[in-house]
Ligand binder design. Structure first.
Ligand code: 13P
Length: 339
């Protein structure tokens, strides 16, 4: 384990004004995204779409790393350059999703456990050879009647910690992602309590497994009202609840915190990040690792005219810039119009 490299790559991922582009949708998930814009889910289309995004001129200004799916890490674009070469030319670190998905947790209705630890050491070694320098593992926690149970929280925290230790053994920065789903009618306080319990369990397990926090990143969901909650908290309330929760439960030594968008609108996700960074300085950089909130507009533009990628690239560059500003606390709604 090369701790100096882990720490410097982790710091590069959360460098000032930069965040992560999540384009690691599994094949069934990208199928849904492509279907939403009437594009067929073929390997060719997935490749062209993702090569378009990664080739966006100047993308490296606000994007430090991109998380890929296994297929993409091994692909080359139509011009013959590998996806990894395209990223390296942009100064963007290649990342890889390594979990095998969230499956039903035995004996626990409506709860999930993320699989993928078996054989993970060998896969990490192969991914490092292919150029990956960081990885992601996503656990899914659902808020509902009597759930999450501590059985679900602890099983997922344990798997995340074992994944993180294996990553670091192989010189790959682990991003640990315990996503508390926004689905449901729960309120901000419910989300706060579940997020705090999940993070406390996660960092206890990471301590047990000897994970070096300076070389690891948390991908967090914001403390936010459920999507069907009748009285949804506003931007400032979400920001305050989220940073309070993180300060309670996340060790200061961690390299950084990046957020997922989880179904928030593009601008909403930017506004929440801005509202958090406007609250002051924290022990860790607070940045973004958005999937949908970075891609939505770009995907529509690409589908409208795949032979003309510039429109999609403009949309992505714009959202990356807006979120880069929010990561530095310098975003304002007026910047949207400048586009
Ligand atoms: P969203 O920002 O679309 O939630 O995706 C981020 C991600 O990587 C979820 O695992």
């Amino acid at each position: 384990m090369d701790i100096a490299t882990l720490v410097s790559n982790a710091q590069a991922l959360v460098a000032p004004g930069k965040g992560i582009l999540a384009i690691d949708e599994s094949t069934p998930t990208i199928a849904k995204r492509l279907a939403s814009v009437n594009v067929e889910n073929t390997e060719h289309n997935r490749r062209d779409y993702r090569a378009t995004l990664l080739s966006t001129p100047g993308l490296g200004e606000h994007i430090s790393g991109a998380i890929l799916y296994d297929e993409t890490l091994r692909q080359s674009a139509a011009d013959g350059r590998s996806m990894v070469e395209i990223m390296q030319a942009q100064g963007i670190l290649p990342g890889i999703k390594v979990d095998a998905g969230a499956k039903p947790l035995a004996g626990h209705e409506d709860e999930k456990i993320t699989e993928g630890l078996d054989g993970l050491r060998d896969r990490l070694q192969a991914y490092h050879q292919l150029g990956a320098r960081f990885a992601k593992w996503r656990a899914v926690i659902t808020i509902g009647d009597g759930i999450p149970t501590s059985a679900c929280i602890e099983a997922n925290a344990h798997a995340l910690a074992r994944y993180a230790a294996l990553c670091q053994e192989n010189d790959i920065v682990p991003i640990v992602e315990p996503e508390i789903l926004m689905d449901g009618g729960h309120d901000l306080d419910d989300c706060f309590d579940v997020t705090e319990a999940t993070l406390r369990s996660l960092f206890a397990q990471m301590y047990e497994q000897g994970v070096v926090l300076e070389g690891a990143i948390l991908k967090a969901s914001m403390v936010i009202s459920g999507s069907e909650c009748e009285d949804r908290a506003d931007r400032v309330e979400v920001a305050q609840a989220t940073v309070t929760c993180l300060l309670n439960a996340v060790p200061a030594a961690l390299a950084g915190v990046v957020f997922l968008s989880g179904g928030q609108g593009d601008v909403e996700a930017t506004e929440h990040l801005q509202a958090m960074n406007a609250l002051g300085d924290f022990p860790w950089p607070l940045s973004f690792s958005y999937g949908r909130a970075l891609q939505q507009a770009a995907l529509k533009a690409w589908a409208a005219d795949p032979a003309n990628p510039q429109q999609a690239q403009k949309k992505l560059a714009h959202r990356a810039r807006m979120n880069g500003m929010a990561a530095s606390g310098q975003y304002a709604a007026s910047h949207e119009q400048a586009h």
